[in-house]
Design a protein around this ligand. Structure first.
Ligand code: FE2
Length: 195
């Protein structure tokens, strides 16, 4: 049973991102992924597995939507948990990203470009296979993830995340988003990832 996590900030607390956007985004869209994930788990428990087929089967449909809704919930939890801060970047994660990208600005430039180029998510993750931070491009919740990496930070680039407040101006949304990042939350995940 998966539970809906509360926002770690007040809905009207963010700079540039409105309470209305936060309400729709968290209470309706994010909550919907968590609820569907539970619904799918229940349905899978009672679905006839002997009829599973790659062309079409109820089981296949549920398995496809299982990853879509699981990743939809997880990516949104990372997104909301990284907001509510002052955007001031300090600490161990900043040092790590600076070392891996050559400068903090180079990391931000790569992250921003990833967020501008994606159709869904920019995901900052630690990859144990090269011991480095990467910004991955995901066009859908369940597309673009790299196995074995540990996600630390996400930017939701679906239009629902910004259209009410910024229209089609994704670049301004990303700039506002960055002013609200709680980098200490990202640092906590980075310190945990190293263990
Ligand atoms: Fe979203």
């Amino acid at each position: 049973m998966f539970t809906i996590k509360d926002l770690p900030f007040g809905k009207d607390q963010l700079k540039g991102i409105s309470a209305k956007t936060n309400e729709i985004h968290h209470d309706k869209l994010y909550a919907g992924y968590v609820n569907k994930r539970n619904e799918i788990e229940d349905a899978l428990a009672s679905t006839d597995k002997s009829k599973a087929a790659a062309t079409y089967s109820v089981f296949r449909g549920l398995k496809v939507e299982e990853t879509f809704n699981a990743d939809g919930a997880i990516l949104h939890e990372l997104y909301f948990d990284s907001l509510g801060g002052d955007g001031v970047a300090t600490g161990a994660f900043v040092e790590k990203a600076t070392a891996d990208f050559g400068s903090w600005q180079a990391f931000i430039d790569d992250l921003t470009a990833t967020a501008m180029a994606c159709r869904g998510w920019a995901v900052t993750a630690y990859d144990p296979s090269d011991n480095k931070i990467h910004n991955f491009l995901c066009d859908s919740h369940n597309q673009g993830g790299v196995w074995g990496t540990i996600p630390l930070f996400t930017i939701d680039c679906y239009e629902h995340a910004y259209f009410i407040d910024f229209g089609s101006d994704r670049k301004s949304y990303i700039a506002s988003f960055m002013q609200n990042v709680n980098w200490s939350a990202v640092e906590k995940r980075w310190l945990a990832a190293q263990k």
